[in-house]
Design a protein around this ligand. Structure first.
Ligand code: 5AD
Length: 369
């Protein structure tokens, strides 16, 4: 029997402790873990939830990940690419809605036309979203997969300051089982290291409940976040997509994947304390109040949809994506209610960088002086 009352009073968590946290199934133990994670969040990061207006810029993709609904060889997808004008328009909408930041996400594509278009969009966003409340304009996070170092640098120079690249799983064997051979674990690590060198705040994350994934794997994922000094985490339950090669493989039932998704947030909060953790859409896709639960288990970032409504349905990494036909204004007020319902406030008009990143940056500046 694991003594969860004792475990949740610790402030150091070993690998075995993390496995124990992730393995909780009794509702009483889970409630204890949740309360502790929430307290650690409030103590280290405060009670603000930061918004990242989500723009899905293109669903064209040059990769063929075995789990993803926009993989290159899936023919039933209507491919689209937004123009720079459309992306800037979304950014202005974020700014007018007082969202402090946005995320630009897309399939993995490094072609010249797309990168140049993004570069132009970023420069314009930084110009056109300067307001009295936000003199530096919107904060921008990019989430456009593996790219060359040169491309990462260009996009950083154009104004992006955070980058999220999920490692998907830190078990190299599992990584190889869910990706085609041309995509390697090592190259993803190299990308994460390039992003850090360039000066981005770096985010990563994993899918939870993949076929064959163990609690040991997930505990090691959390250790990986710490070892790589990660600033922000985006992770969520794996959701099988019928049209993909992995879609037919058995994975844990929905309740288990939701529970594990929430426990991963809590365990990561307990171990890392001051990073930003997103309560992801995948949680909500499996549970109507999954995102609120994510906040209660220690997450502090949410991504309201701002992608133009007419293309949202074409950006489905997995089935059951919520908010497909809400307009951006409806999304904003619905989310605010949801956030207040769990006694938190919205950090409007702020970039909402993680405390972890701010501490690292100030120690780097200190060291240079
Ligand atoms: N289920 C859950 N998450 C998925 N992603 C892609 N496909 C799925 C799926 N079927 C996640 C991956 C990717 C991110 C953009 O979306 O982790 O990095």
């Amino acid at each position: 029997m694991i003594d969860y009352a004792a475990l949740t009073t610790q402030d150091f968590f070993s690998h075995a402790d993390l496995v124990a946290l992730l393995g909780a199934t009794d509702p009483k133990d889970i409630a204890l873990i949740q309360k502790t994670a929430e307290r650690v969040l409030l103590e280290n990061c405060g009670n603000a939830v930061y918004y990242r207006g989500l723009v899905e810029a293109s669903n064209a993709c040059s990769s063929d990940c075995f789990y993803c609904g926009i993989r290159k060889s899936f023919r039933e997808v209507n491919r689209f690419t937004l123009s720079a004008d459309q992306i800037v328009e979304c950014a202005v909408l974020c700014s007018k809605s007082s969202y402090g930041s946005m995320v630009i996400q897309s399939g993995e594509r490094g072609d010249k036309a797309f990168i140049t278009m993004l570069e132009e969009s970023l420069r314009r966003i930084k110009e056109e979203t300067r307001t009295k409340e936000q003199p530096d304009g919107l904060g921008v996070t990019l989430c456009i997969g593996q790219q060359t170092r040169e491309i990462y640098q260009r996009l950083y120079d154009a104004g992006a300051h955070r980058y999220l690249l999920r490692i998907e799983t830190t078990n190299p064997r599992l990584f190889a089982a869910i990706h085609p051979p041309e995509q390697t674990f090592e190259s993803r690590l190299e990308c994460l290291s390039d992003l850090r060198d360039i000066g981005y705040q770096v985010g990563t994350g994993v899918m939870i409940g993949l076929p064959g994934q163990t609690l040991d794997d997930l505990a090691r994922d959390i250790q990986f976040f710490e070892d790589h000094d990660i600033d922000m985490i985006g992770m969520g339950p794996y959701i099988p997509h019928e049209g993909t090669p992995l879609g037919s493989h058995a994975c844990p039932p929905v309740e288990e994947r939701v529970r594990l998704g929430l426990l991963m947030i809590a365990a990561t909060r307990l171990k890392l304390r001051d990073v930003n953790i997103a309560s992801t859409t995948a949680l909500q896709a499996l549970d109507p109040i999954g995102r609120e639960k994510g906040l209660q288990f220690g997450a502090n970032v949410i991504m309201p949809q701002v992608t133009p409504q007419e293309v949202r349905k074409d950006y489905q990494l997995y089935p059951g994506k919520p908010c497909l036909d809400e307009n951006a204004q409806a999304c904003r007020s619905c989310l605010e209610l949801r956030i207040h319902s769990v006694d938190r406030v919205v950090g409007y008009n702020q970039w909402g960088d993680s405390v972890h990143a701010r501490k690292r940056q100030s120690s780097e500046t200190g060291a240079r002086e």
